[in-house]
Design a protein around this ligand. Sequence first.
Ligand code: ZN
Length: 131
Amino acid sequence: MEIKQIAIRSSKREELIDITSEVRQFIIDSNIEDGKLTLYVPHTTAAVTINENADPTVCDDIIFALNKLIPRMKEFRHLEGNSDAHIKSSLIGCSQDVIISKGNLILGTWQGIFFCEFDGPRNRTIILTIN
Ligand code: ZN
């Protein structure tokens, strides 16, 4: 099984980081023609999602809406004070699958792959495997 870890350094508390080009390079380097790419985030306050990477304001709006949905609340019991980040991680999810066909990732014209930071800045990792 092909496996790779990509190191990510986030620079804000909440941030969507476009990793599409690094992921495409992994597919090229693997020489796999057909299969399924799994992306996995081994963190409890981060996530991975696929969404528009043409207009960066889409990412701004996703973060804005998540912060409206899940504000930091004094009623949260987790002493670390980052329960909002844990909840955002569970909502968005820690894995995504993308189909590989003829050596290419099957993404729509406007789709990109984003590492989602919800409690940065931190050093992070995302794991890629091909099945
Ligand atoms: Zn925590």
